[in-house]
Structures are given as C-alpha cells and as structure tokens.
Design a protein. Structure first.
Length: 226
C-alpha cells in the first residue's frame, strides 16, 4: 500500500503536481515512522536499515517538493532531517547548501560545502562552490548586531520604495514638446513652486480674471479747440 502511494507521488511530481505529491510523500513518511516506532522487535539489522533508507528517501522527496514550491526554509528543514539520520548524505548536504544560498544564509551554506569537501575532497564542483561562497561573504558584510541588521533592512526598503516611485513617473506618457523634462522629480518641482503659486493667487483675488500688468499713467493736458 505504501509502495503504491509512493509510486503515485513520483508520477505526480513528474507531472508538476508538487503539492499533491507532497501530500502522498507526507502520508507515507508518517506511516513509515509509525511502523518503525511500533515495531520494537526488530532484530534483523538489514530490515531496520531498509526502513531507515525509506524514511531518508521520503524526507528527500519532501525537500524536493518544497524546493519546487519555493518553500525554501521547509526544504532546508527536510534536508536537516535526512542528515540527522545520515550525517554523510551528500545529496542532502548539497541540496541544503543550495537552499541556504537562496535564503542568503551564506555562512551556513559554506559549512555544508566544507562538509562535502571533507567527504569528497577531490570534487572540483565543491571547491568551486566554496570559492564562490567565500567571495560572496567578502562582498556582503555581516551586521554586528540585530539593530544594525534592522537599520540595513529599513534602508533597503526606503531605496526600493524610492525606485518604485521614480519608475512610476517614468511610465507616464510625456506631453509633446516636454520630452526634456525630468518627470521623476516633478513632485520636488511642485513643492518648490508652491509659495510662488500662493503669491499669484493672492494677486488674482484683487482683480479676478484680469491680466496683471505693471505700468504708470501720465496725465496729458487737453486744450479747447478753437
């Protein structure tokens, strides 16, 4: 029964139905863990090893589903569950390292890659990945405190918000003859000219609807016509 459910989960995974596959893998894992816990009379080490191997495979399959669903933290947790049963499981170490890179936890990813190099010291792939992680760590300084981390996050959010506003201004169609204007700074221009506009409004209240000219009148004397 469990084997048939696992095979169905494999088919669903290949079809891209990762949520349905995850459900079947989870049911099979729950059943396997329950079976291992209840069967205290296991004397055959080979049989016990097969059950543990099945549990490891189910955790790995769940990790793959979580990864496809972009639930990276849960994918990393499934890899951790595998490594608790098999410390040298290279597949789980590699998958967790890749997931941690996606989560930008480069220090933890480097720990897993170092473990992979310890297990397989001649792998050029692992050495190349370690070099890339060290470069990334040198470019991304680690905050000294939680307060500094929060300040950095707030700064990034402000910059992202500002970029969104500027991008929105750029998408507004520009009137003909005004292509040289920088509409991304229109809000600043409007604020700077608000005082001038208020002064003009005061003048307009004196003689509404009339053009405002400044001139002096000269009185011309008139002589009677003879």
């Amino acid at each position: 029964m469990a084997a048939a459910a696992v095979e169905s989960a494999h088919c669903l995974y290949r079809e891209g139905k990762h949520e349905e596959a995850l459900r079947l893998y989870s049911d099979a894992l729950e059943e396997a863990l329950k079976d291992l816990k209840e069967d205290t009379s296991l004397k055959d080490l080979k049989e016990e090893a097969l059950k543990l191997k099945m549990i490891i495979a189910l955790h790995s399959n769940r990790a793959a589903c979580f990864l496809k669903m972009h639930r990276f933290r849960q994918a990393a947790d499934e890899c951790t569950a595998v490594l608790e049963l098999d410390h040298d499981h290279t597949g789980a170490l590699m998958l967790r390292a890749q997931t941690l890179v996606t989560l930008r936890d480069y220090q933890s990813a480097l720990f897993d890659v170092n473990r992979l190099i310890h297990i397989t010291p001649h792998s050029h792939i692992y050495h190349h990945l370690r070099a890339r992680l060290k470069t990334q760590l040198s470019l991304a300084p680690i905050p000294e405190s939680q307060e500094e981390l929060e300040e950095e996050q707030q700064h990034q959010q402000k910059q992202a918000s500002k970029a969104q506003i500027n991008g929105a201004w750029e998408t507004i169609p520009k009137p003909k003859g005004h292509s040289g204007l920088d509409y991304s700074r229109w809000d600043k221009v409007q604020d700077a000219s608000s005082e001038d506009d208020s002064d003009n409004d005061d003048d307009d209240d004196d003689e509404p609807g009339q053009p405002q000219y400044r001139f002096r009148l000269r009185t011309v004397s008139m002589r009677p016509v003879k």
